[in-house]
Unconditional design. Structure first.
Lengths: 113, 111
C-alpha cells in the first residue's frame, strides 16, 4: 500500500515559469514532510521541509504548501531555472519512531530554456 | 556535504553470491538507514539502525541483513543475491522526523 502518492511523474516547464508538484498521504501519524532533489548519479539532497503546524514554508524560490485536512502538500518552484532540472521526491515520516522516511515515487522535472 | 561514504560505488556480481555494501559516516550520528531506489518506486526503506547493534526491519527487508558494530559503520548484506536485488542502494543518516542526509549510492547489478 503506497502511503505517499506523488504527481505528476514528469513535468516540463519553461524557464521562468512555476513548477508545481503534488503529494498526498494517508497516515495521519505523519508529522514531518520533506522534499528532496536528486541529480543523476547523486544521492537525494534535502531541499525544504515542513511540519503540520504551519500551512506554508518558503525558502528562496521554493515553497511548500500544506493542507492538513486534505492530507496533501505541494512543492512550488518559482522562476524555474534550467539548473532546477532534476528528480524531486516528497516524503513523510512520524509517529515518534526512528523508522525512516516514506517516499513518493518521484517527479522528473525538466526546465526548458 | 554530510560525511557519508558508500562503498563500493559500483558492483557487478552473479546470482547466488553474497554481497556486502558499506556505509561509513563521520558525523557520529546515532541513526542510520539503508534504502533502495528503483524506477517507478522511489526510495524504499530496507533496514535501519538506532544505535550500535540495534537494528530493525523496513518495508523491503526480505533477503537483506544488516550489522552495526561501530557508530560510524552500517553494513548491508545480501546473503545470496538475486536479480530482483539489482538496484541503487542509498545510505542515510539522521532521525526520521528530522533532516536525513544521503550518500551518493551504490549501483549494484546482479546477473
Amino acid at each position: 500500500q503506497q502511503q505517499v502518492k506523488q504527481s505528476p511523474q514528469s513535468l516540463i516547464v519553461q524557464k521562468g515559469g512555476i513548477s508545481i508538484i503534488n503529494c498526498a498521504y494517508e497516515n495521519t501519524a505523519f508529522d514531518y514532510f520533506p522534499w528532496y532533489q536528486q541529480f543523476p548519479g547523486k544521492g537525494p539532497a534535502l531541499l525544504i521541509a515542513i511540519r503540520p503546524d504551519v500551512s506554508e514554508k518558503k525558502e528562496g524560490r521554493f515553497t511548500i504548501s500544506f493542507n492538513k485536512s486534505a492530507k496533501q502538500f505541494s512543492l512550488h518552484i518559482m522562476d524555474s531555472q534550467p539548473g532546477d532540472s532534476a528528480t524531486y521526491f516528497c516524503a513523510a515520516s512520524g509517529g515518534g519512531g526512528a523508522d525512516g522516511l516514506t517516499f513518493g515515487k518521484g517527479t522528473h522535472l525538466i526546465i526548458q530554456p | 556535504d554530510a560525511g557519508i561514504t558508500q562503498s563500493p560505488r559500483h558492483k557487478v556480481t552473479e546470482t547466488g553470491t553474497p554481497v556486502t555494501l558499506r556505509c561509513h559516516q563521520t558525523e557520529n550520528h546515532r541513526y542510520m538507514y539503508w534504502y533502495r531506489q528503483d524506477p517507478g518506486h522511489g526510495l524504499r526503506l530496507i533496514h535501519y539502525s538506532y544505535g550500535v547493534k540495534d537494528t530493525d526491519k523496513g518495508e523491503v527487508s526480505d533477503g537483506y541483513s544488516v550489522s552495526r558494530s561501530k557508530t560510524e559503520d552500517f553494513l548491508l548484506t545480501l546473503e545470496s543475491a538475486t536479480s530482483s536485488q539489482t538496484s541503487v542502494y542509498f545510505c542515510a543518516i539522521g532521525y526520521s522526523n528530522q533532516p536525513q542526509h544521503f550518500g551518493d549510492g551504490t549501483r549494484l547489478s546482479i546477473l
